[in-house]
Design a protein around this ligand. Structure first.
Ligand code: ATP
Ligand code: MG
Length: 220
C-alpha cells in the first residue's frame, strides 16, 4: 500500500522561478490496485510519481510504503527499497547511453549479483515480449523513441516489482505495442502488483480501479 499525507513539493525555493508543483496532496493507494493519474501538462504528475517512486523527496509531507514512512529513509535505504519493490517507466525513458538494450534492461539486477548469462536470458525474453528481439545489442541512440520506450518498459519489469509506476508509458508507441503493454499491466495487476500510471490514454480507463486528477499541484 502507498499512502501520502500532506505532500508538498516546491521547486526553486531560492530562485525567482519558484514553483509549487505539488500542494497538500493526500491519497491512499491500496495494494493490488490500478490507479490512473490525469491532469494538464505542468499539473505535477511527474513530480508526484517521482516522489512515490522514491526518486525524489517531498519538501514537506509524508509517504508510506507498506506501512513504513519512507520519507525518513536515507538515500541508500531508498535505493535498496526501489530495487526490491519498484519498477519505474520514465516519461523520458532515462536509458543509459551507449549501453546495449539488454544491459539497460538488466541494469537493476547487477547489484543483486545475478550472473551475466542469466541477465542476458531474462533481458532477451522481456525484449522479445516488447517486440525488440532484433534490437538486443543496439544502444539507445540507435533506437527510435518508441523502441527506447519499450526498452524502458522491459527494464521496469525486470525485477518483478510489487509496484509499477509509469509516466505516460504509451506516449511514443504504436497501438499494437500499447495494447500489449496494457495486457501486461492488466495481467500483473491480477497477480497482485500495484500500478500507478500517469496517462491520457483512454484505453487505461477500462482496467483502472480509480482515477486521480491533478490541477496546479492539487488533487481535484
Ligand atoms: N526539476 C524541476 N525544477 C524546477 N521546476 C520543475 C522541475 N520539474 C518540474 N518543475 C515544475 O513543476 C511543475 C510540475 O511539473 P511536472 O513535470 O510534475 O508536470 P506534469 O504534470 O508531469 O506535466 P507533463 O504532462 O507536461 O509531463 C511544472 O510547472 C514545472 O515547471
Ligand atoms: Mg510529466
Amino acid at each position: 500500500m502507498i499512502k501520502a499525507e500532506k505532500l508538498c513539493k516546491l521547486y526553486g525555493a531560492h530562485t525567482k522561478h519558484k514553483v509549487q508543483a505539488v500542494e497538500e496532496v493526500n491519497f491512499t493507494i491500496p495494494k493490488n490496485s490500478f490507479i490512473i493519474l490525469k491532469g494538464p501538462s505542468g499539473s505535477g504528475k511527474t513530480t508526484l510519481l517521482n516522489i512515490i517512486g522514491t526518486l525524489d523527496r517531498p519538501t514537506t509531507g509524508k509517504v508510506f510504503i507498506d506501512g513504513e514512512e519512507i520519507t525518513t529513509f536515507s538515500d541508500i535505504a531508498l535505493s535498496s527499497l526501489r530495487r526490491q519493490k519498484i519498477g519505474f517507466i520514465f516519461q523520458d525513458f532515462n536509458l543509459i547511453p551507449r549501453l546495449p538494450s539488454w544491459e539497460n534492461v538488466t541494469y537493476p539486477l547487477i547489484p543483486m549479483g545475478i550472473p551475466v548469462k542469466e541477465r542476458f536470458t531474462k533481458a532477451r525474453s522481456l525484449l522479445e515480449i516488447m517486440g525488440l528481439e532484433d534490437r538486443i545489442t543496439h544502444a539507445p541512440e540507435e533506437l527510435s523513441g518508441g523502441q527506447q520506450q519499450r526498452v524502458a518498459i522491459a527494464r521496469a519489469l525486470v525485477n518483478n516489482p510489487e509496484i509499477i509506476i509509469a509516466d505516460e508509458p504509451t506516449s511514443n508507441i504504436d497501438e499494437e505495442t500499447s495494447a500489449k503493454l496494457l495486457n501486461i499491466l492488466s495481467d500483473l495487476k491480477h497477480k497482485g502488483t500495484t500500478i500507478v500510471v500517469a496517462t491520457h490514454d483512454s484505453r487505461f480507463n477500462e482496467i483502472a480501479d480509480e482515477t486521480f486528477t491533478m490541477k496546479k499541484g492539487r488533487f481535484q
